[in-house]
Design a protein around this ligand. Structure first.
Ligand SMILES: Cc1cc2nc3c(=O)[nH]c(=O)nc-3n(C[C@H](O)[C@H](O)[C@H](O)COP(=O)(O)O)c2cc1C
Length: 189
């Protein structure tokens, strides 16, 4: 199974980092971090993209400006199981919802939509403007799965890690990846 993980400049870099940990375990993974994503990563986790490259040597990292990356092409991406943008800024959501293509992340999302590859966008902003909501609707109509980074609490989390894993587990469910990151309603993982 192959996935592309795009980390943009919304708050919640930890979701991208946790997905990087989990998806790189058993899957082939390509990662694109936007320049704003790199700023938030440093701000929230104290990590640079270079640190991630060192921690995950098996992962292919692509610069957001590199439009010649294989994952920018439908002929390659159609072989992938999914693309996930986590966290997804309103700016990237807006670009994807409106067919604007300014960097590799926008292009990968556009290609996922046209090739009918699963696209999951873990959006984060608070509150949402009408523009944000309209863009979520447009992206949904185009085939994306919009997931707000809103954890549930019915599994009674006791740690921050459990709250993060709830959200990450819901993303993995959408990507069709088996996991035991949270207890499901009715028992079991
Ligand atoms: C610390 C920090 C937190 C931010 N949080 C959010 C956020 O939660 N949601 C959002 O849409 N933008 C947020 N932004 C603004 C985005 O980073 C900005 O719109 C950027 O242009 C997004 O670019 P990208 O989509 O290419 O990553 C934040 C910026 C900073 C510096």
């Amino acid at each position: 199974m192959s996935f592309v993980l795009c980390i943009t400049g919304a708050s919640g870099a930890v979701y991208g980092y946790r997905l990087l940990e989990v998806l790189s375990e058993d899957s082939e993974l390509d990662v694109v971090v936007s320049s704003a994503g790199a700023i938030v990563l440093k701000e929230e986790l104290g990590k640079k993209v270079e640190d991630l490259k060192g921690e995950f040597p098996q992962v292919r990292f692509w610069n957001e400006k590199n439009l010649t990356s294989p994952v920018a092409s439908g002929s390659r991406l159609v072989k992938y199981r999914g693309v996930v943008v986590a966290p997804c800024s309103m700016s990237t959501l807006g670009a994807v919802a409106n067919g604007v293509n300014n960097n590799l992340i926008h292009r990968v999302c556009e290609v996922a939509l046209k090739e009918r590859v699963k696209l999951v966008m873990l959006v984060r902003e608070m509150p949402y403007s009408r523009v944000h909501i309209e863009n979520m609707l447009k992206a949904t109509d185009a085939g994306a799965v919009i997931m707000p980074a809103s954890p549930g609490f019915y599994h009674r989390p006791e740690t921050l890690e459990e709250i993060i894993d709830f959200v990450v587990g819901k993303v993995l469910d959408q990507l069709g990846v088996e996991h035991t990151l949270f207890k499901r309603w009715g028992g079991g993982r």
